[in-house]
Design a protein around this ligand. Structure first.
Ligand SMILES: Cc1ncc(COP(=O)(O)O)c(C=O)c1O
Length: 393
């Protein structure tokens, strides 16, 4: 059997028709397959590769940490310098109230930890989330996913969860003294990169404060410069009680985090002690990689180029069959008339050397979410391939 057949036989499958591209190398914004074809990566591992694939500084940090130690003890017991340095750096770039970092292995685990923290500190059980939101596949995260299609087969899930319409001012009054937390994506990713109305997000913040409800913002896709600012919430003049990070946080290695005030986070030390624990959370190699990626993002001012590059995509993607181009920063959804048309375009793009996909809750939209250090030439070439795919009919 060749590798593709082995993949289909022995690696658990999650769809009847996986892309099954055999990638043998990735560098910057380019992927290579086993047949020697190259692809410009407009997916970026779903907003993971913000500093590009195999950034030299990330590789160097990983090598250095490999020479020191890999895993030595469960999260939270030993002073492990990569974790401590990364937590310190993250906190230095966040508002003062977000000063305690709990590292996890994934985004979904960050969601789980944050939901537990909200229940523990408020003593309440109500959870509010939003339609068309995606927060992960574990049972707590699944409970708050905003689409019954994905939840239905796995019930019973967490009790007390209510879903409302994102950006709808009428939902604010549903937040009460029984609500432990509201979990919102700062920008709804899988809905097709849907930013919030600033006034609504500010009113949501105010209503949470008024009712003693924790506002948890999921920036697992939105963080690390994707929207044009380091953190998505910076656009809206508000600060969450808990910030969820993942994806680009690890610079290509698995890492997630939920970040809150030390005062809130200290609840995990008591009643029960070890209120949230993890063997591998904040793995030293992943933390070292993540810190190096963050420093590269800032030192190379990749975020400063996001607006200009987004404009370049916008002008390169003018086409009568692109019905809209929603999004924020270097993060866009090009909408077509149907899923079938979107799928045709994606297939042709892949054949033409451009990798993209659609969104979970917006299957008629093409994902534009490349590494932030994509070059102007790569943008122009990718847009030409997309336009060519549309003109091929
Ligand atoms: C907005 C958002 N939250 C949470 C998650 C879950 O992260 P993970 O897949 O690392 O568990 C994802 C993953 O796609 C996501 O996009």
């Amino acid at each position: 059997m060749n590798l593709r057949q082995l993949f289909l036989s022995h690696v658990a499958q999650t769809s009847p028709a996986p892309l099954a591209l055999e990638i043998v190398k990735a560098e910057g914004c380019t992927l290579w397959d086993a047949d020697g074809n190259t692809y410009t990566d407009l997916i970026g591992g779903i907003s993971v590769a913000n500093v590009g694939h195999r950034h030299p500084a990330v590789l160097e940090a990983v090598r250095t940490q490999l020479d020191a130690y890999l895993h030595v003890m469960v999260y939270g017991e030993f002073v492990q310098s990569p974790q401590v340095r990364y937590a310190q750096r993250l906190v230095s770039l966040l508002p003062p109230s977000l000063n305690s970092v709990y590292f996890t292995n994934s985004g979904a685990e960050a969601v789980e930890g944050a939901l537990k923290l909200a229940k523990r500190v408020t003593g309440r059980t109500g959870i509010i989330a939003f339609q068309n939101s995606y927060h992960g596949s574990t049972q707590g995260a699944l409970s708050i996913i905003g689409d019954e299609y994905w939840r239905r087969s796995f019930r019973p899930l967490l009790p007390g969860v209510r879903h409302y319409t994102y950006n709808d001012p009428a939902m604010l009054e549903r937040i009460t003294e029984d609500t432990a937390c509201v979990v919102a994506e700062t920008v709804q990713a899988e809905a097709g990169v849907l930013p919030p109305d600033a006034a609504w997000l500010q009113a949501l913040r105010a209503r949470c404060t008024e009712t003693g409800t924790l506002l948890i913002l999921d920036e697992i896709q939105a963080g690390f410069g994707r929207t044009g600012t380091l953190w998505g919430f910076e656009h809206y003049g508000i600060v969450p009680d808990v910030l969820l990070l993942g994806k680009a946080l690890g610079g290509g290695m698995p890492l997630g985090a939920f970040i809150a005030s030390k005062e809130l986070m200290d609840a995990f030390t008591d009643a029960p002690v070890l209120g949230h624990i993890s063997t591998f959370g904040g793995h030293p190699v992943c933390s070292a990689a993540g810190l190096a990626a963050l420093e590269a993002l800032l030192a190379e001012d990749m975020i400063g180029t996001v607006g200009r590059k987004a404009d370049r995509f916008r002008s390169g993607l003018q086409h009568p069959r692109i019905l809209s181009l929603s999004g924020i920063g270097l993060w866009m959804a090009a909408r077509f008339a149907s899923f079938e048309e979107c799928k045709r375009v994606i297939d042709r793009c892949i054949a033409g050397g451009v990798l993209s996909d659609w969104f979970l809750f917006a299957a008629d939209c093409l994902r534009i979410s490349p590494p932030l250090n994509i070059s102007d030439a790569e943008i122009d070439a990718a847009c030409a391939v997309i336009r060519g795919a549309l003109d091929a009919d």
